[in-house]
Design a protein around this ligand. Structure first.
Ligand SMILES: *[C@@H]1O[C@H](CO)[C@@H](O)[C@H](O)[C@H]1NC(C)=O
Ligand SMILES: *[C@@H]1O[C@H](CO)[C@@H](O)[C@H](O)[C@H]1NC(C)=O
Ligand SMILES: *[C@@H]1O[C@H](CO)[C@@H](O)[C@H](O)[C@H]1NC(C)=O
Ligand SMILES: *[C@@H]1O[C@H](CO)[C@@H](O)[C@H](O)[C@H]1NC(C)=O
Ligand SMILES: *[C@@H]1O[C@H](CO)[C@@H](O)[C@H](O)[C@H]1NC(C)=O
Length: 483
């Protein structure tokens, strides 16, 4: 906590409180009441722009309120000739700044969220790039390296994570292999009880998700209220089976798999085992988690039984016990610890006294995002956004302030006149005092104008954290009157 005698952070933060109330209300306008936020990146300069996607009925909004950097582009007219959903017709790209972040405010701490980012290049920059590569970070954690090698294909990545604060930031990081860009960013609140392995220190990154018995188009919203995308699985050595009867979800359901996914399944032909490699992007996973969804779809006769072992990469799941799916009721076998193996096989092997082969309705495979720096840095981010909200920081001070090697900060007071508002000179003075105290910088090294510029190396950024923490603690709950 702040130990300076001058208590310099109090005035700026009282403004911040006023400001965050406004932000909450504005944020509410852009969601659909169920808490989804679907951004069409680059759609309209007007922050209020939105439209309803015809095929899903989902409302997409302009990303402008969630980010204040980047450029808006249309994909090339040639690429736009193919019938594409609106969200792929524009992108936001980030030619400047090592790290550019979308910030979602007013999230619910401890709630789980599904976040999906989509990328379609479409030669938006007329450079005919054959490969664009950049990193995605979720808050301060590495999420995934995106490699876009086709100009016509939409790439996406999805994570299921637990919010630790009321802010979630998704950052595009330039790694020197092309200009980062994004077509769409989607965020959906999930139930707290869903995907039990996900917690504050572990997020799941989707590798693949199959509705094993599906023929035809992928299943997603509205069939799946969580808008997960369930793809068909092509394997001719498996027989598809289905029922028209409803498959129920159990009371303490951790996955809420939709009925249309559960009422189809596959079984092996003339074999007592099923072996599957479910990875869509083989190679870079060394640890993964699987969730396998089962339901018996036909009433078994007295002399029939279906019982099998579930192996993931050679490890027996389900407490090493054989598994029997319930009739018309979904249940799941899933890993609670990561499995590592050179190949990513899921095997279902019937027990010797089972008269029927194994069955599989749906399967999901994830890798893990280790959230190593959970609490302390999210407070930093909190404070950064707070300061940004108050003073309209224009440059790249977003997401985790400590990530870029150099932070360039320009503060301009964004508040309209108010008796409580400090003058910019006062703010600059307070910041300077704080910095001088915390970083041993000579005050004359800091510019004395209406703008305060700091050019500091990574390590030194940490030294102003006392000021940041003071802001964070006030914005958390206490309010200025408590001080
Ligand atoms: C993108 O296309 C729309 C119409 O399709 C047009 O109104 C807009 O000016 C274009 N934007 C840019 C940056 O070219
Ligand atoms: C991009 O490709 C198009 C046709 O494929 C070509 O006409 C154009 O000159 C190329 N532009 C660049 C910058 O390579
Ligand atoms: C879980 O989510 C579904 C769909 O979003 C909702 O209908 C249901 O009430 C939720 N259950 C709980 C326990 O929150
Ligand atoms: C998250 O779950 C893992 C095991 O599944 C556990 O080791 C870890 O302590 C949990 N973290 C938190 C913050 O609960
Ligand atoms: C089970 O019993 C039925 C008749 O009730 C018979 O047709 C079938 O062959 C039997 N199946 C097995 C595996 O014994």
């Amino acid at each position: 906590m702040l130990k300076s005698s001058r208590n310099m952070a109090v005035i700026p933060c009282s403004i911040l409180l006023l400001f965050s109330v406004v932000a909450v209300q504005v944020g509410g306008l852009f969601t659909d009441g169920l808490g989804f936020i679907y951004l069409d990146c680059g759609y309209g300069r007007d922050a209020q722009a939105y439209y309803v996607d015809q095929s899903s009925g989902i409302t997409y909004v302009s990303d402008a309120p969630y980010i204040d950097s980047g450029e808006i582009h249309n994909i090339s007219s040639v690429d736009a000739l193919v019938k594409l959903p609106q969200r792929f017709l524009t992108v936001r790209s980030f030619p400047s700044g090592a790290r550019n972040c979308y910030t979602f405010k007013s999230m619910t701490p401890r709630l789980k969220y599904l976040i999906r980012a989509s990328f379609l290049y479409g030669n938006y920059d007329s450079k005919n790039s054959s490969s664009v590569q950049f990193d995605l970070h979720l808050d301060v954690n590495f999420w995934k390296t995106m490699t876009v090698t086709s100009r016509k294909v939409s790439y996406y990545t999805e994570t299921i994570m637990e919010a630790t604060t009321d802010l979630i930031s998704v950052c595009l990081v330039n790694t020197g292999r092309g200009t980062p860009f994004i077509s769409s960013l989607q965020l959906r609140p999930l139930n707290r009880t869903i995907y039990p392995v996900v917690n504050a220190s572990l997020s799941l990154i989707l590798s693949s998700r199959f509705d094993m018995g599906l023929t035809g188009e992928p299943v997603r919203f509205p069939s799946d209220p969580h808008d997960r995308i369930w793809n068909p699985y092509a394997d001719t050595s498996l027989t598809k089976t289905s029922t028209n009867l409803p498959v129920e979800n159990p009371v303490d359901d951790h996955f809420e798999v939709p009925l249309v996914v559960m009422n189809t399944a596959v079984v092996p032909v003339n074999s007592n085992k099923m072996e599957l490699s479910l990875l869509t992007e083989p190679g870079d996973l060394d640890e993964y988690y699987a969730v396998l969804h089962f339901s018996e779809l036909k009433p078994l006769l007295q002399n029939e039984s279906r019982q099998f072992f579930v192996y993931l990469g050679g490890t027996l799941l389900n407490d090493a016990k054989p598994f029997t799916p319930d009739y018309l009721s979904s249940s799941a076998v899933y890993s609670t610890n990561p499995t590592s193996a050179p190949t990513h096989y899921i095997s279902l092997v019937a027990t010797s006294d089972s008269t029927l082969p194994p069955i599989l309705n749906a399967a999901e495979v994830f890798s893990a995002m280790q959230n190593t720096i959970v609490p302390s840095d999210s407070r930093n981010v909190d404070a950064m956004v707070a300061i940004k909200g108050t003073y309209a920081v224009k440059r790249n001070w977003m997401g985790d302030p400590c990530m870029p090697k150099i932070a360039y900060v320009a503060l301009n007071c964004a508040m309209q006149s108010s008796t409580k508002r400090p003058t910019m000179t006062e703010v600059v003075m307070q910041l300077k005092e704080s910095l001088a105290l915390q970083s041993n910088l000579d005050e004359t090294q800091l510019e004395d104008r209406n703008t305060l510029k700091l050019l500091k190396e990574h390590g030194e950024m940490h030294q102003i954290s006392t000021f940041e923490f003071e802001c964070a603690s006030i914005s958390d709950k206490d309010g200025p009157s408590a001080r």
